[in-house]
Ligand binder design. Structure first.
Ligand code: NAD
Length: 250
């Protein structure tokens, strides 16, 4: 059985959806978790859920688009638990406009700062901490099926998520000499707040595009992420793991 006993994990976007489910699952498996999110009240409430279930979690506020804030979140993990063993660079925003309607200041730069720069900052800050500790560590990044294909209204989102796949492979290559593994997941349509903002008919369409005719539950993705953080996945590095319920077979 996958165990994460005593591992210290920092999970961004931990207040909601895939991040929240991953905080809970990793804590169940023995990890001590730093729940990091723009929404501090939400992060605290997830940390409280973990504590009520007998686990260990600590909430911090972070804006992943701010490198100094991400470095501070890494330092918070070290201050709270003495070390860092893994980071899940998962915080993200979605949405978009047709390309011809773009205002770069509104429709490009803000999303790139969160979905792309935020992952880069997380990789860099965590990797520096791992090296300081003598090496090791696992980095898991949340990309998307849209990082590998074009989709309606996803020009900026797809670009950022493609960069996340590239960061994953390049960082795995560069950090291997320090014993650090770097992995990415590509969810399809997961049943979280990002998707719940779409109208009912679109949510039904999204579900019908996956092979179980349903959206993926965040807990199902969390199971995969917990495995990636565990030593059972030691043979995987630079790997992009599809957790898309078969969406990409078409
Ligand atoms: P969600 O909205 O439930 O959770 C996202 C979390 O990120 C929220 O708690 C939010 O407060 C936080 N966040 C947003 N901006 C932030 C910032 N600047 N700094 C720190 N935290 C910030 O959505 P989710 O579906 O769980 O999304 C998690 C990740 O999964 C995202 O990267 C998203 O792009 C990706 N993803 C989701 C789907 C899906 O279908 N839900 C599919 C593919 C990829």
């Amino acid at each position: 059985m996958t165990t994460l006993t005593d591992k210290v994990l920092l999970i961004t976007g931990g207040a909601s959806g895939i991040g929240r489910a991953t905080v809970r699952r990793c804590a169940e498996k023995g990890a001590r978790v730093v729940v990091a999110d723009l929404n501090l009240a939400g992060a605290q409430s997830v940390a409280d859920e973990v504590a009520a279930a007998g686990g260990t979690a600590h909430a911090v506020a972070v804006d992943v688009s701010d490198f100094a804030a991400v470095e501070q979140a890494v330092q918070s993990a070290v201050d709270a638990f003495g070390q860092l063993d893994g980071i899940f660079n998962n915080a993200g925003i979605a949405g978009g406009k047709p390309l011809l309607d773009h205002d770069p200041a509104r429709d490009y730069h803000p999303m790139i700062r969160v979905d792309q720069d935020g992952v880069y900052y997380g990789i860099l800050a965590a990797a520096r901490q791992f090296v300081k500790q003598g090496g090791g560590g696992v980095i898991v990044n949340t990309s998307s099926i849209y990082g590998e294909q074009a989709a309606e209204l996803s020009f900026t989102y797809s670009a950022a998520k493609a960069a996340v796949i590239s960061f994953t492979r390049s960082a795995a290559y560069e950090l291997a000499e320090h014993g650090t593994r770097v992995l990415a997941i590509t969810p399809g349509r997961a049943n979280t707040a990002i998707i719940q903002q779409f109208p009912q008919h679109l949510r039904e369409l999204f579900a019908s595009e996956q092979l179980r005719n349903k959206m993926t539950e965040p807990e199902e993705i969390a199971n995969v992420v917990a495995f990636l953080f565990s030593e059972e996945s030691n043979a995987m590095n630079g790997t992009v793991v599809n957790v898309d319920d078969g969406y990409s077979v078409f």
